[in-house]
Ligand binder design. Structure first.
Ligand code: ZN
Length: 440
């Protein structure tokens, strides 16, 4: 994951343009990505896809021709989405287009302007001071950029499961050379897709890599008809720093993904859970009132709440392999837990089924258990089976059954595997209304 982040780091991603496509092409070497293009001018809900932005070079030169600020040194030096300029400007004219970070004066801030008609440079405070002190009568300011008809690009990978019900993993990919936000989410999601391809999951898992805000809005607009299939969704980002993992609840508050995250609080790997707010990342699109998907967010630090956020200090030194690996392992466990929390129907609801007929009353047809001859485990498993048979009436998923019965989730899952094998229970094709939102 760290090596992939290092490969992707220099690419100049933006809301539109080549950097996003180059990033998707590299991800496609590991996972089967479909690249989607949404043409300039396309209406997506209340928004319109703008012209595509391209940039080739940018600098501020002094009278001697030296590049005092150089795009080739860092793509953060140009305000992302800047219009073109090539002019000799006085200090008074130039300084109104310069951005520095008051909190991180030594770093280059990350700034964007996607919907205005302006340009700008982002510089460190020392760079600003040296421009100020240079006493040059004018500076050669050059941004070789264009806004032309094109498209907004996103990528998705669909990994089919046994069911058409879906789990959605989303991450934004529009930031240039910044590591925690958003390369950490991209590489963890890619690693999850790589792992899930080798697994036999119940749910179909869909991965979406899209530019923040407008990419999520375009994806939702294009996929409105399929939203009913989404049983749980998760926004992954900020997963490479050393803060503890934090889960932000969906707008629904107690949907499957929220309950699955809550059930992992005791594991010690999840530091905290916070309630839904209509701020932050694209969870606010997935949890807008008309969409209202069961969609949570997993980060370590929260956006805007760490000093390196949106500056050149959010670089490859700020993230670690170890943090990425821990985040990945937690995500995989969370996804497996969600995947296993199926809604079941007891196929023999009229009084108890005769478990002896299925060899489930004594030995449970479980060779692993028999070899261990663990009588206590067998008793526990039988208890779990009785709970499951009683509560599997199509109104609850396995996590809810675990909560109501106070049975261990993994034990209930083992009981479900045995009962499924003997066709005593069946997965429900429907999501109980209370569990999902109300997509319209
Ligand atoms: Zn950001």
């Amino acid at each position: 994951m760290y090596a992939l982040a290092r490969t992707l780091f220099p690419l100049h991603r933006s809301m539109t343009g080549r950097g996003v496509r180059e990033t998707l092409a590299i991800l496609n070497e590991s996972i089967p990505l479909q690249q989607r293009e949404v043409a300039t001018g396309t209406r997506v809900f209340d928004w319109t896809i703008p012209n595509e932005w391209s940039i080739r070079d940018a600098y501020i030169k002094d009278a001697s021709g030296a590049r005092l600020v150089d795009y080739r040194q860092s793509n953060l030096h140009v305000v992302n989405g800047s219009t073109a300029i090539d002019a000799q400007l006085s200090w008074a004219e130039l300084k109104t287009h310069l951005h520095t970070s008051s909190q991180r004066p030594e770093a280059i801030p990350y700034r964007t302007q996607f919907f205005g008609d302006d340009w700008g440079f982002c510089v460190t405070r020392p760079q600003y001071e040296s421009l100020l002190r240079s006493n040059d009568p004018s500076f050669h300011v050059h941004i070789d950029a264009s806004h032309r008809e094109g498209s907004l690009t996103y990528g998705e990978a669909v990994l089919p499961g046994r069911s058409t019900q879906e789990l959605l993993i989303y991450t934004h990919l529009c930031h240039p050379s910044l590591a925690n936000d958003n390369l950490s989410g991209i590489v963890v999601a890619t690693q999850l897709a790589t792992a899930i391809r080798q697994m036999n999951l119940h749910h179909t898992v869909r991965f979406v890599f899209a530019p923040a805000t407008l990419g999520a809005i375009a994806w939702l607009s294009n996929n409105r008809a399929g939203l009913q299939q989404i049983r749980a969704g998760l926004n992954l980002t900020l997963l490479g720093d050393d803060a503890p993992l934090q889960y932000k609840r969906s707008r629904i508050g107690n949907s499957l993904v929220d309950r699955a995250a809550a059930s992992m609080l005791s594991s010690g790997h999840l530091g905290s859970m916070i309630p839904f707010t209509p701020f932050g990342y694209d969870e606010r699109q997935f949890c807008s009132p008309g969409i209202n998907l069961p969609f949570g967010r997993l980060t370590r630090s929260a956006p805007g709440e760490f000093p390196e956020y949106h500056t050149s200090d959010d670089n490859l030194d700020f993230i670690s392999s170890q943090a990425l690996q821990e985040s990945f392992e937690f995500c995989l466990e969370l996804l497996q837990r969600i995947d296993r929390s199926i809604v079941y129907h007891n196929q023999f609801p009229f009084c108890e089924p005769q478990l002896g007929k299925f060899d489930l009353y004594r030995g449970y047809a479980d060779t692993r258990v028999r070899e261990e001859d663990d009588a206590a485990y067998q008793r526990e498993l039988q208890t779990a089976m009785m709970w499951l048979l009683n509560l599997a009436d199509g109104s609850r998923d396995l996590l809810q059954i675990a909560e109501q019965s106070a049975q261990d989730f993994d034990l209930l899952h083992r009981a479900a595997e045995l009962l499924l094998h003997h066709r005593l229970i069946k997965p429900s094709p429907h999501t109980p209304p209370a569990e999902s939102g109300n997509p319209t």
